[in-house]
Design a protein around this ligand. Structure first.
Ligand code: AKB
Length: 312
């Protein structure tokens, strides 16, 4: 049975991942760490700045962890506003986590992103192995991170694993500082105001996934038979691809008076324009059986239902 330390446990993914891991492996077998103290999780937790490699090492050792899931990172739009800090945090935190995995012999997971692609990458059916020349600091971090994870496996035999996440949609924790976040905000505003002003332009397609599928993908990849893994890190995964007017149309099926207009944010639009329209997840399907349960219609029904319940 696994014993897992999670960094960034109060972030967009971590907030839900910790609960899911605790349901599966037991409350006491998951240590939730973050830079601040939260009230979200009940169970073992600790304050951890991922820039402090010794503290990370000591926490993992004292907990008796056999796995580290490294989630702490800045997302694309925030990273673009403060590139130097993003480099230091995203790369410094990752290096520390990889070193902890190497020295304590832990299984390792960290997410990459569709942000690891750039304007020269084929936009449609983006292959697993293709051109990666991102034009954002976040993308530069993600490509370097993918390579570092491969390096730690090849050089030191660390059992590194990871996926390239698309935009993630959840009703639990609002995302902070991403480019794909409009696809989360729109549901909140649809319920609160019946109207949304999109900062992403019409016809801008991006890959997306509902959070339950993202959490299941992490568990499935971590439990996959390592002899089947050709890629190990940075598997393309996606559940759907849409542009703003399509998600608006889907919401209108539930909230007929819902309206949307556009006030495009040039920075986030430029990031979105540099990313693929739809990536090809075939390698993940073949090597560890990746499968998403939610499409746009099913996700929209669930999001609106869950957000309505939260308001009651
Ligand atoms: C972001 O928009 O920065 C993230 C991502 C796709 O990595 N959601």
């Amino acid at each position: 049975m696994k014993k897992i330390i999670v960094t960034g446990a109060l972030g967009q993914i971590g907030s839900e991942l910790v609960g899911t891991l605790r349901e599966k492996y037991g409350v006491d077998r998951v240590l939730a760490t973050d830079i601040r103290q939260g009230t979200e999780h009940s169970g073992p937790s600790a304050i951890l700045d991922v820039m402090d490699g010794k503290a990370m090492h000591d926490l993992a050792k004292d907990f008796g962890a056999d796995t580290i899931i490294h989630m702490a990172a800045l997302l694309s739009a925030t990273a673009e506003k403060n590139p130097l800090f993003a480099w230091n945090l995203n790369m410094g935190g990752l290096m520390n986590a990889l070193e902890v995995a190497r020295t304590l012999d832990l299984q390792f997971f960290t997410p990459s992103s569709i942000g690891a692609f750039g304007p020269d990458t084929p936009k449609n059916n983006t292959p697993q192995d293709t051109i990666q020349r991102p034009t954002t600091m976040y993308g530069v971090n993600k490509v370097a991170g993918e390579l570092l994870c491969d390096y730690y496996h090849q050089k030191y035999g660390v059992d590194t694993r990871g996926v390239r996440f698309p935009g993630l949609v959840s009703y639990v924790t609002p995302p902070g500082g991403g480019t794909t976040d409009y696809a989360v905000d729109i549901y909140y505003k649809a319920i609160a105001d019946g109207h949304y002003t999109s900062y992403i332009a019409q016809d801008t397609y991006m890959d997306m996934m509902y959070m339950p599928d993202a959490l299941q993908a992490i568990i499935d990849l971590m439990e996959a038979d390592s002899t089947r893994l050709v890629h190990r890190n940075a598997f393309n995964i996606t559940a759907m691809s849409f542009e703003p007017s399509q998600i608006a149309a889907e919401i209108r099926k539930h909230i007929p008076h819902f309206t949307m207009d556009y006030a495009v944010d040039p920075m986030r639009q430029a990031i979105a324009d540099s990313w693929p329209n739809r990536i090809d997840p075939t390698a993940a399907v073949q090597e560890w059986g990746f499968k998403a349960q939610y499409d746009l219609a099913k996700m929209t029904t669930d999001m609106l239902e869950k957000l309505q319940q939260k308001r009651i």
